[in-house]
Design a protein around this ligand. Structure first.
Ligand code: SF4
Length: 306
């Protein structure tokens, strides 16, 4: 374990796997195509409590109207508030604060945003989370972002977090982030939480790069701070079906007791998650024509269908 007490020894492999996964493919949002702090601030303020799909259209319209911080600072507040409510962006105070923040940047910083999270936080309506996001995505100077999605990922991935009474997410998140890489890192871990490690996780479907380290993936316990009860049985059952197919694709055939530990760390032949549980999954997969089960001596052996 590292000094944070929660990261695996091969933390650098964990980091690279996530960054590569993100670079390979990710959702495209217009604010990911820019490092302009004004645009990033607009997207961050809009995204608070508003669905991303709705934010995207509003973001484009807003920037057409007020393309830079000077334009917004010079706008009538009533026009900005009117835009906010006509685009159903939630609390109008956020429009007022955004307008005020634009004025501050023009008056106090000569139109150039400060790049340190602490200074960004001085802007009207900009809290620690938004300041850190703008610092990361615009200037690459932020700390690790810790939002609900990131907490869910960390909680599931690391045993020490999952088993702690009062986990210190910030310390772990910052220990995990490669130094000076907040832009790509925060994008990548937020993408992981938004796409693969959703409330109902899609570990195999989205090719989560942390499956080989992830504690939840090994144990099948996908609860998280915002997922207090196990996601639907079918959800986790699907996970295990995926794991069985993957394990068998690396072997000609496997007995139950060879296969079990490969798909969950707490497999024990006679335990709750033992042979009987595994046979249930195998027989579903056999019914779907994905694998063949045969008895060999007194052992059950499974192999992928040809
Ligand atoms: S393996 Fe699944 S549960 Fe673990 S981090 Fe990836 S998506 Fe989340």
């Amino acid at each position: 374990m590292t000094e944070s007490g929660a990261l695996p020894d091969d933390a650098s492999a964990v980091r690279s796997a996530l960054v590569e996964w993100y670079e390979d493919d990710h959702r495209s949002f217009p604010w990911r195509e820019t490092t302009d702090p004004y645009r990033i601030l607009v997207s961050e303020v809009m995204s608070q409590q508003t669905q991303l799909s709705r934010v995207e259209a509003a973001y484009r319209d807003f920037l057409e109207e007020w393309p830079d911080v000077e334009a917004l600072a010079a706008a009538d507040r009533s026009a900005v508030v009117g835009f906010w409510s006509s685009h159903s962006l939630g609390y109008n105070n956020r429009a007022k604060y955004l307008h005020e923040a634009a004025g501050q940047v023009c008056r106090e910083y000569d139109g150039s945003f400060p790049d340190a999270p602490g200074e960004l936080q001085e802007l009207m309506g900009v809290g620690p989370y938004t300041a850190n996001a703008v610092a990361s995505f615009a200037f690459n100077t932020g700390n690790a972002v810790v939002d609900t999605n990131v907490k869910r990922v960390l909680h599931r991935a690391f045993a020490e977090i999952q088993n702690a009474d009062d986990p210190d997410y910030e310390t772990v998140a910052n220990a995990l982030m490669p130094a000076g890489e907040s832009r790509i890192w925060n994008n990548a871990i937020m993408e992981l939480g938004g796409v693969a490690c959703q409330k109902t996780p899609r570990c195999d479907e989205e090719g989560c790069p942390w499956r080989e380290w992830c504690y939840a993936y090994q144990t099948g316990d996908f609860t998280a701070p915002d997922v207090p009860t196990q996601p639907s049985f079918e959800g986790s059952r699907r996970q295990f079906r995926g794991r069985i197919v993957r394990a068998l694709s690396n072997h000609d055939e496997l007995t139950l007791d060879e296969l079990g530990p490969k798909i969950r760390v707490d497999y024990s032949p006679d335990g709750e998650h033992g042979r009987e549980w595994l046979e249930g999954l195998l027989s579903d997969l056999a019914d779907d024509g994905l694998l063949d089960i045969k008895e060999s001596g007194n052992r059950t052996v499974a192999k992928l269908s040809e």
